[in-house]
Design a protein around this ligand. Sequence first.
Ligand code: AMP
Length: 536
Amino acid sequence: MVTTEQQTGSFSDLGLQPDVVRAAEEVGYEEPTPVQRQAIPLLLEGRDVLVQSQTGTGKTAAFALPMIQRVDPEERAVQGLVLAPTRELAVQVAETVHKLGKYRHISDLPIYGGQPYDRQLRALKRGVQIVVGTPGRVMDHIRRGTLNLDAVRMVVLDEADQMLDMGFIEDIEFILDETPKDRQIALFSATIPPRIRGLAKRYLHDPATISITSERLTVPEVKQEYVETGRDGKLEALTRILDMELPESAIIFVRTKREADELGETLVGRGYGAEVIHGDLGQAQRERAIAGFRDGRADILVATEVASRGLDIPDVSHVLNYDIPLDPEAYVHRIGRTARAGKSGTAITFVTPREWGLLKTIERLTRVKLERIPIPTNADIRERRVQVLRDALCHTLENEELERYASMLDGLTDQYGAGAVAAAAVKLLLDEEADLPEDDVEPEPEPGAERLFIRAGRKQGVSARDLVGAIANGAGIPGKDIGPVDIYDNFSFVGVPRRDAGRVIDALTRSGIRGRSVPVKVAVPEEKRPQRTGRR
Ligand code: AMP
């Protein structure tokens, strides 16, 4: 039984103007996520907000959309400032701002350490309206007189807890003191420890507090599994899972309309029977897609969340969360599409290392631990095909009239024996679909290493040996695959194989280092160490 009702609503209901809504739709967002629903109206009103929300919840657009709307496109001065802990995040946020600001013709600029000053200077001189930067470099520009914040109306502190962990507190305070007293501040943080509360108390005026948590949810009797993949390996993992599971009927959920179209086309191109539904399709098109799915012409339905809602979609054997839902409540709604009326059902969720936190939130809310399944190897799939063929042969032997076929082979069975003839027939059958390469290794979910950020360092008594030991023992990864390790005063970084990142995060969070649990997440690799230029 599903107990919660999903809230719906559109971006324009939140008070966003058509040129902003249009950009959001073009990026492929169909409707606001919970953090967007709550934060956007408050930010448009001009309120200060303190938001507890993780990466992956849509938090970037939650501040970018109102910021874009509040910037005056005619005024060529910095009106919006976003501070982010790392270069990579700053670049990502700036890209989002750029896309969402397209129809308001807002000019934006990422500024971060490691990039030549002159390029940033030229852009700043042209009159940038939104700056997204790392604290160290933003402070440098202010000191050099190349960045003036007198016209700033809105400041966002993104991933504030990580910025404090990286020692940016003084830089942030310096920067905030350079902005007008009546500017609006939005503080986004995955966790709200006392230091964040202190910062909020000092700088935010009567802030509204938003926390993206949900009530406990009841989950139907569904086998719930997950696979770990990198972004690049996702499609391959999906097709292997489809080949292995051979679902009678499956819904594959994706995040955006564009992804739905792309994945649908790719699957059809690879010979799967797939239909697509999303919010841009007219009623007639959607009905046609559903009809195709219902009468079995297609056994796969690729859908976005919104399109699937309220539609009479038949019960399915499999729900595949190709994109893990941003809203954990949506997870429960999605998997409620299977295992209805006492039937069994399987839900498989794809998790990339960055989305590990979302998986954990889902597990917390549903109080169910999802079981990790490996990505099937080609050998697994070949074995499965043989098994399916054997089952089909048994069924035919037991249920069909075979006299006529046996007589076709009379001469052959006399000459070679029935067993050999049957083996040759099987070879021909299997060869027909022998499109699997010989390599039987499990596909690398994503090659390469992931750098993890660990919120404990030298001052907490952490040494490189402890860290490697905890990872090797806790997650079962050979020491030679771990590294490089960088230990700082209050935090550390460690490289681990990308495909093991989720497991390492889990192990360290659970068992900790030297018996102490420590927060760990995928680091956003930037300035390999925080910029310390000009620190007081
Ligand atoms: P963030 O939490 O900002 O890192 O966002 C996580 C991912 O969700 C990004 O890939 C966004 O493009 C995507 N996203 C953000 N808002 C929405 C939305 N309303 N609908 C669908 N996807 C979204």
